[in-house]
Design a protein around this ligand. Structure first.
Ligand SMILES: [Zn+2]
Length: 409
């Protein structure tokens, strides 16, 4: 019986206080004082789990979707609106903030929380993914990565130490290790070397990390689509006894079934008493499959990027509001949604706004889409608590994606 499976009899997490207390004692107090992951209960047929990730800026109730605020803002949405969407933790991107406005200005402002006026938990990525996917790379060496700034053309060196120093200055609650992201597809040998280097870079990241008390450094499992390399990477990372772990390098162009295979194989290897974060994934089916494997946290640009393309996410489907059929549709985007957009505006109005390229259209769709994906993870959380996860989400685990375009409402 695995460690996780042995927790099954603690399922009824809202009523059995004694058992919950025991869980806290057994599992919740091993991390740094400022960062604890309290496992509340677990599905008895999958590895899906419910937890609380405590950070210096509040608690994240997992499983949870995290909106992405690349440049210290979630595009077109204010922090107050984000709170209404039930966002708990938001992301910001180290790479983008380093280029503009620079970590010195954020630090002078009092750190990211003050600068962007978000008092909840924040996570920054390391910049690795962006450097490897967006930049004109000059060279990759053991020291780090040299690339040309897309803003002014200047050469920039990003090393593990530099990434951590920038993230220390930005001041997010969770910071990410600087990793080498192999592209997809890549040869076994190339991915193997990138994985080994990621582990060596993690060691340098931990040494460079100056704010261990108020910033939790998460390691990132790499290894591409090769399961043995993923397993090796996970085993090496766990040796560092970090306050949290991420699975990275997925959703980079590989088929979705490979993501599921990786997540299923690797998640159970990660410590049960630490948060587990699947980077860059935010589609319904992939999140449900990952939750079933024991993943706690997700992030993706989908809700805001789709909004800017006039697309609403509605219970597993995506609707383009520019479609002719919405022109005279005076019902809300989603009748059952309690978000500000659905409570106050019609499809016809949003359709008019996005046809006219009015910013409010993108704001309303972003508010709805963020609410929708957070609600999806909240519903999974509730289903696990009710011991109904397989009944309510099992179809995502067995059937092909129901994510279709242009479905008639
Ligand atoms: Zn809505």
């Amino acid at each position: 019986m695995s460690r996780t499976k042995s927790l099954n009899h603690y399922h009824d997490c809202d009523t059995i206080t004694y058992n919950r207390l025991n869980l806290y004692i057994n599992l919740g107090l091993s991390a740094l004082n400022n960062f604890t992951f309290k496992l509340e209960c677990q599905c008895d047929r999958t590895d899906a789990r419910v937890g609380q990730f405590h950070t210096p800026h509040g608690v994240v109730h997992t499983p949870r979707f995290m909106p992405v605020g690349t440049l210290a803002n979630v595009k077109t949405v204010t922090p107050a609106q984000l709170k209404d969407c039930k966002a708990e933790m938001v992301l910001a991107n180290t790479y983008h903030l380093h280029l503009q406005p620079g970590e010195d200005i954020v630090s002078e402002a009092g750190g990211l929380h003050k600068f962007m006026n978000w008092d909840g938990p924040i996570l920054t990525d390391s910049g690795g993914f962006q450097v490897f996917s967006l930049s004109e790379i000059r060279s990759i060496s053991e020291e780090g990565v040299q690339f040309r700034s897309p803003r002014d053309g200047n050469m920039i060196n990003l090393t593990p130490e530099k990434s951590i120093q920038i993230q220390n200055q930005l001041g997010a609650d969770v910071i990410m290790a600087f990793d080498e992201c192999a592209p997809y597809p890549a040869t076994y040998e190339a991915v193997k070397l990138a994985g080994q280097r990621t582990t060596r870079w993690l060691e340098r990241c931990t040494k460079a990390h100056d704010r261990k008390n108020d910033q939790a450094l998460f390691g990132i499992v790499q290894g591409g689509v090769y399961l043995d390399l993923r397993q090796q990477s996970a085993r090496e990372l766990i040796e560092f006894d970090l306050p949290g772990y991420a699975i990275g390098g997925v959703s980079v162009g590989e088929p979705p079934e490979l993501i599921e295979k990786i997540v299923k194989a690797i998640t159970p290897l990660l410590p049960v008493d630490k948060p587990r974060y699947l980077m860059g994934v935010g589609t319904y089916k992939e999140m449900a499959q990952a939750v079933a494997a024991g993943i706690d946290l997700f992030d993706c640009v989908i809700p805001t990027r789709f909004a800017r393309h006039s697309v609403a996410l509605v219970r597993g489907e995506r609707w383009n509001l520019k479609n002719q059929k919405f022109k005279r549709d005076f019902t809300p985007i989603d009748n059952e949604c309690g978000c500000y957009a659905c409570q106050n505006f019609s499809r016809a109005y949003v359709s008019h706004l996005v046809r006219s390229q009015e910013i409010l259209g993108y704001t309303l769709l972003s508010i709805h889409n963020i609410t929708e994906l957070i609600r999806f993870t909240q519903q999974m959380r509730q289903a696990i608590i009710d011991n109904q996860f397989v009944e309510r989400f099992g179809h995502y685990l067995t059937e092909p994606s129901s994510f279709t375009e242009e479905i008639q409402p």
